[in-house]
Ligand binder design. Structure first.
Ligand SMILES: [Fe+2]
Ligand SMILES: [Fe+2]
Length: 244
């Protein structure tokens, strides 16, 4: 959505980007702060607000805008493909929405504990059962359930190695979810989550406009500009390069 005349922030300055610690800690990339801070002067400042290297978000972003302008292509295809399969199989809106949003945190936010983060991101805007399923799909991915035909994922052997043992909190939360009345909603997410490597026909996020209109409480101010408990997470995706 680049059809507006909003001025770019910090006009006249060179805008330096300080990468967030979670993106580089432990990777061998040195802490960028000691090198960047001394560069501040009359012409060099740290970036705040819209980054011209990214598509510009509308002033009132919708969920679909984040699919179009922020989430990475792998996440977009994976989420849309999972939701389409659930829809094609005739599942209800809650299951479709849980599939559509289950890896929302991986789209443009954080990967570790993505189910937990994703559930918090969407909780103010969706049915409680949808956020619950997003939270618990993460743990249930590790827990086979032969009764419904769910096995430990082949992809996890590839991702983590043959001998990987999930930590105690994952097994605790998987067992808790197994006994919960919403178990099958989260389980269905894991069952539509197995096509990570499979090529899917490209789908536009608008394919789900009707389900989203029925099931996602889009704030009139725009996601990230409302005052919900998770608004700041969406705002961080609008301005991921903000210094503070
Ligand atoms: Fe996931
Ligand atoms: Fe997934």
């Amino acid at each position: 959505m680049n059809d507006d005349n909003r001025p770019w922030p910090q006009a006249g300055y060179n805008r330096m980007i300080m990468p967030s610690p979670i993106a580089w800690i432990g990777t061998g990339t040195p802490d960028p702060e000691p090198a960047l801070v001394p560069l501040m002067d009359d012409s060099n400042v740290f970036m705040m607000g819209d980054n011209p290297a990214l598509p510009r978000m509308p002033e009132r972003p919708t969920l679909i805008d984040f699919f179009k302008y922020r989430f990475n292509p792998i996440a977009v295809n994976h989420l849309l493909g999972s939701a389409k399969r659930a829809m094609d199989d005739g599942h209800n809106d809650k299951v479709i929405m849980a599939c559509l949003l289950h890896d929302v945190s991986n789209g443009c936010f954080v990967r570790p504990d993505h189910g937990y983060w994703g559930a918090q991101m969407i909780a103010p805007y969706v049915d409680e059962e949808v956020a619950w399923a997003v939270k618990y799909h993460q743990a249930l991915r590790y827990l086979p359930d032969p009764e419904v035909g769910y096995e430990y994922p082949e992809s996890y052997y590839k991702f983590f190695g043959q001998n990987y043992q999930p930590p105690a909190y994952i097994m605790r939360d998987a067992q808790y979810a197994r006994e919960h009345r919403w178990y099958m909603t989260a389980r269905l997410v894991t069952m539509y989550d197995i096509y990570f490597f499979e090529k899917i026909e490209p789908i536009a996020p608008e394919y789900f406009s009707d389900v989203i209109a029925r099931s996602f409480r889009q704030p009139p101010e725009g996601l990230g500009h409302d005052d919900s408990p998770s608004s700041h997470m969406w705002r961080t995706m609008i301005w991921p390069n903000n210094f503070l």
